[in-house]
Ligand binder design. Structure first.
Ligand code: COA
Length: 192
């Protein structure tokens, strides 16, 4: 059974290499998105409802896409990545989960193989702006914005706006507090 499933996944992966070049999701009656989502369901671990998968993107089978999330034009998602719900992604975002080994100097790096993959977790309602790069093992907290061109090497707290290389917090959208009943409450940032 696992063998059959693996073959189906491989066939879907091959098919995706074709349908990924259909028109962007807002053109031609959204037919490109319809085909990409259909085939992606046979490749990825999970594709939720209301998902948008843009043209030219690339991802692996251990991807989880939550409901109403999107993968942007020409984005690359490499390895085990979980996108929560309502995740928004600009064009050419790259998410890495694995580095080449580079601890030895007597062996060329291209012959040292790979480090173990470190999954990336993007929480709900995150916006990854154009050309953001997310490095292995990072968790991006709920409601955060990753600015255009940011290189994120460390975890990002919820409701932060981060930018730059290496990315750092430039402002906060709000904060999470716990009320008297022990329930988490999100408070918007007070305007200056
Ligand atoms: C991240 C972003 C959304 C933040 O917008 P914002 O909340 O209006 O932020 P501000 O303009 O108030 O910027 C706050 C500070 O961060 C800096 N900053 C903002 N975005 C930055 C970026 N991408 N890289 C480096 N610095 C950035 C600003 O210069 C400013 O610095 P200062 O406080 O020293 O003046 C926006 O700057 C951005 O990157 N937009 C790109 C949108 C995009 O990629 N769209 C594609 C379609 S999804």
């Amino acid at each position: 059974m696992t063998k059959v499933r693996n073959v189906v996944k491989e066939v879907c992966f091959l098919l995706f290499q074709v349908v990924k070049y259909l028109p962007p999701s807002d053109q031609c009656l959204r037919i490109g998105n319809w085909f990409r989502v259909l085939i992606a369901r046979g490749v990825a671990s999970h594709v939720g409802k209301g998902v948008v998968i843009e043209m030219g993107c690339h991802f692996h089978r251990d991807l989880v896409i939550g409901d109403y999330s999107g993968i942007g034009i020409r984005c690359k998602i490499l390895g085990p990545v979980t996108l929560g719900r309502y995740v928004m992604m600009g064009p050419e975002v790259v998410i890495h989960t694995q580095n080449h080994r580079h601890d030895r100097v007597d062996v060329p790096m291209c012959q040292q193989g790979f480090e173990e993959a470190r999954p990336v977790l993007i929480d709900d309602d995150v916006w990854l702006c154009e050309r953001a790069i997310i490095l292995p093992g990072v968790r991006i907290g709920r409601g955060s914005i990753i600015g255009a061109g940011a290189v994120v090497s460390k975890d990002v707290p919820a409701f932060s706006v981060v930018a730059g290389n290496p990315a750092s917090v430039v402002k906060s959208r709000g904060m999470v507090t716990v009320n008297a009943r022990g329930i988490q409450v999100v408070q918007a940032r007070t305007r200056r």
